[in-house]
Every structure is written in structure tokens, then in C-alpha cells.
Design a protein around this ligand. Structure first.
Ligand SMILES: NC(=O)C1=CN([C@@H]2O[C@H](COP(=O)(O)OP(=O)(O)OC[C@H]3O[C@@H](n4cnc5c(N)ncnc54)[C@H](O)[C@@H]3O)[C@@H](O)[C@H]2O)C=CC1
Ligand SMILES: O=C(O)C(=O)Cc1ccc(O)cc1
Length: 356
């Protein structure tokens, strides 16, 4: 398979390493920063560097755009102008609304791997970065089914778990579970370094909890300024909510309300347990076979509908009928209840469905 990577940093480089190692793919890349392509070839993330974006995507079957969020719309447009019809284009940007709003091209499917690090650059790329990681996909109704299936399969080969979601839900959720934690990490280090320093005239020693909560403080500004700004409305809401929650806890302290403090802490323990449990959800894998008309956007619509209901598609395959007027989509869903829910949703959409 021929893969092209535009922006060969931590994430682009990790896609290259994984695609070459696990898929035996032929990977070409392009990056505007001097020296990056040579470094990427030396580390085994690319087979070759190209002299231009257009040269890099020539003949590719899949293109990953792994540039900072602010550069994505213009870069994706350049890629789409240079490729043939049978090529899927995706990105890895940490926010999705601005990217998805910028194009309705059927060859584009937005993406975001929920894996990474506080480091930057291809030097830190790893072939196993995406192993067992959720990889969000945000197809719109215009996405071509066969290209979405190709991308889904490719991401599985990289070790990831593709999960379809709509762009707005993605951005709201990520504001809470990724962007806000980066903000609070920055606040915690600033507070520890400045306020406590002023009081004691020396930097305080830090404990393990502080290290855990601040690992991502000051992460790569080359990507984070863009992420904060692209998702600023959702992030502002989370910050306001954080302030409210801190004020509630502050009031318990002012009142010296021991029962209230205990209840507040116990609620956090329960919330954490539920969050961890949700990540471990699995179960028997069921295969659903769905008859669909051969119309643009049908596969994307199915995937999105299930994604909205929280049903994850483990794997998918398309079987076009000889007539080409219709076809069968096979979906593999883990867990009895998610599979039952998927069957019901598909029926409600009006497509015949059977368990294989
Ligand atoms: N760092 C992380 O943990 C994660 C990052 N992401 C997303 O992945 C993307 C890349 O981030 P990283 O690899 O971490 O950053 P990075 O800084 O390691 O790599 C970014 C690369 O993009 C290149 N670049 C800059 N402008 C470009 C343009 N206009 N066209 C093409 N390439 C360009 C840079 O030269 C650099 O090599 C960002 O959109 C980020 O939001 C997604 C998941 C995790
Ligand atoms: O290092 C960490 O814990 C991260 O949170 C990395 C990360 C950064 C940006 C993303 O969009 C997704 C993951």
C-alpha cells in the first residue's frame, strides 16, 4: 500500500513507523521544516522524502495530514487538489470542527488519534504509539463508503481502535478530557513555581501526585496554541465549570463541613471508577450483515448513527453486489448489548440486518 504523510513530526512520524513495520507500506512524506525529512528517513519513518507536497501524494492510496490544527484546512485542500479519486485523505488534528467544516470532499474523513505525548518531533515517534488507542473518525454524509472502510482497516492495522463520532461531540468531549487537563497542568506548575517561591524564596519539592498532574505542562506550543484557539468556546465552558466546582469546594472548606468534604471526595472516587470501567468495556464480538443501497454517504451515515449512540464498530467490510445497485456491509461490534442496540438502530434507519 502507498501511504503519504504531510507533516512528519511526532504523530506523522509514528504513523510512518507503524505503517512500514506493520503493513509493509511504502511511505513518502513531506514537511516544510528543514532537516525533518532526512531525520525521518534515518529513523525509518519514511521510505523517502519528497521535494513538495504534490510530489509526496502522487500515487498515494491514503494520505495522513499531520500538521498543526491551524494549518490543516489549507493543507488538506492542497492535498485534495493533487490526488486521484481513489485515495482517502485524513488528518490527525486534536480538534475537528474547523477541519470538517472546511471541506465536503467525499475523499476526506477527519481523524484524531487519542494517543501521543508531551514531546514533539519525529525523534520521539514510536511504531507502537497507537496500539489499543482510540482513533476518532468524523466522517460526514459525503464520505465515500469504500474509502472510509479502507481507512478503518488501515487504522486497525496500525493497532488503533477507530471510533466514529461527530465533530461537535468530539470537540466538546476533548475539551474536558484533554484540553482542560493541559490548562490545569499549566496552572499548577505556574502556581507552584511562582506563588510558593514568593513565600518561601525557594522552589518547593514536588510529590508524585504533582508530577502525575503536571506531566503535560508546557507541552509543544507548536500545536497547543492552535488547539486552544480552535476549541476555545468549548474550553471556556469547561474552565467556567471548573471555577464553579472549585468555588463549591471552597465553600465546604470555609464552612469546615467535614461530611461535605468527604462526600465530595467519595463522589470523585466513584466518577473515576466509572470512567475507568467505560474504557475496559468489551465482550463477545458479533457480526451484523446489513443490506444497503449503493448511494453516496450511506456507510458514513450508518457509522455516525452508531457512533452517536455510543456503539463502537470494531471492524467493517463492504461487499458490493454484482448489480452495483446495492451491497452488504458487515459490521463487527463487541458486547451483547451494543450489538443489540446497533441492530435496532440499523433497523430504525430502514436497512435489513441479520446476525451472521
Ligand atoms: N502530540 C500529540 O500527542 C498529539 C497531536 N495530535 C495532532 O497531531 C498534529 C501534529 O502534532 P505533533 O506531531 O505532535 O507535532 P510536531 O510538532 O511533532 O509535528 C508537526 C509537524 O508538522 C510540520 N508542519 C508545520 N506546519 C506545516 C504545514 N503547513 N504543512 C505540513 N507540515 C507542517 C512541522 O514542521 C512538524 O514537523 C497536530 O494537529 C496535533 O494537534 C493528535 C494527537 C496527539
Ligand atoms: O501526553 C498526553 O497525555 C496527551 O494528552 C497527548 C495528547 C495530546 C494531544 C491530543 O490530541 C491527544 C493526546
Amino acid at each position: 500500500m502507498r501511504i503519504s504523510i504531510i507533516g512528519v513530526g511526532l504523530i506523522g512520524g509514528s504513523v510512518g513507523l507503524a505503517a512500514r513495520e506493520r503493513l509493509g507500506a511504502d511511505v513518502t512524506g513531506w514537511d516544510p521544516s528543514p532537516g525533518v525529512l532526512d531525520a525521518a528517513c534515518g529513523l525509518g519513518a519514511l521510505d523517502r522524502g519528497a521535494a513538495s507536497l504534490e510530489e509526496a501524494v502522487d500515487g498515494a492510496e491514503a494520505v495522513f495530514v499531520a500538521a498543526p490544527v491551524g494549518a490543516l484546512p489549507a493543507t488538506i485542500a492542497r492535498v485534495l487538489a493533487a490526488i486521484c479519486d481513489d485515495c482517502v485523505v485524513t488528518d490527525v488534528g486534536s480538534t475537528k470542527r474547523s477541519v470538517v467544516a472546511a471541506t465536503s470532499d467525499p475523499r476526506f474523513v477527519g481523524g484524531h488519534p487519542l494517543a501521543g505525548a508531551e514531546t514533539a518531533g519525529v525523534e520521539h515517534a514510536r511504531a507502537d504509539l497507537f496500539q489499543d488507542a482510540t482513533w476518532y473518525l468524523t466522517p460526514t454524509g459525503s464520505a465515500t463508503g469504500t474509502l472510509l472502510e479502507r481507512l478503518h482497516r488501515l487504522l486497525r492495522t496500525l493497532g488503533a481502535k477507530p471510533t466514529v463520532i461527530d465533530a461537535a461531540t468530539h470537540d466538546t468531549m476533548l475539551a474536558a478530557v484533554s484540553h482542560l487537563p493541559h490548562v490545569t497542568a499549566n496552572v499548577l506548575v505556574a502556581q507552584a513555581a511562582r506563588a510558593l517561591e514568593e513565600e518561601s524564596e525557594q522552589l518547593p519539592a514536588t510529590g508524585p501526585s504533582f508530577r502525575d498532574a503536571t506531566r503535560v505542562a508546557g507541552a509543544n506550543s507548536g500545536i497547543w496554541t492552535d488547539i486552544y484557539l480552535a476549541n476555545r468556546d468549548a474550553l471556556i465552558e469547561r474552565i467556567d465549570d471548573t471555577v464553579r466546582r472549585l468555588e463549591e469546594f471552597r465553600a465546604l472548606l470555609v464552612a469546615a463541613d467535614a461530611d461535605g468534604v468527604t462526600a465530595w471526595n467519595e463522589a470523585a472516587r466513584e466518577d473515576r471508577r466509572r470512567l475507568l470501567e467505560a474504557q475496559l468495556a468489551g465482550g463477545t464480538v458479533h457480526e451484523l450483515r446489513i443490506s444497503v443501497p449503493d448511494e453516496p454517504g450511506v456507510i458514513a451515515r450508518l457509522a455516525l448513527e452508531l457512533g452517536r449512540a455510543g456503539v463502537n464498530i470494531n471492524d467493517m467490510a463492504l461487499y458490493p453486489a454484482p448489480s452495483r445497485a446495492e451491497g452488504v456491509v458487515a459490521l463487527w461490534i463487541a458486547g451483547d448489548e451494543p450489538a443489540r442496540r446497533a441492530e435496532q438502530l440499523v433497523e430504525e434507519l430502514g436497512f435489513p440486518v441479520a446476525r451472521a
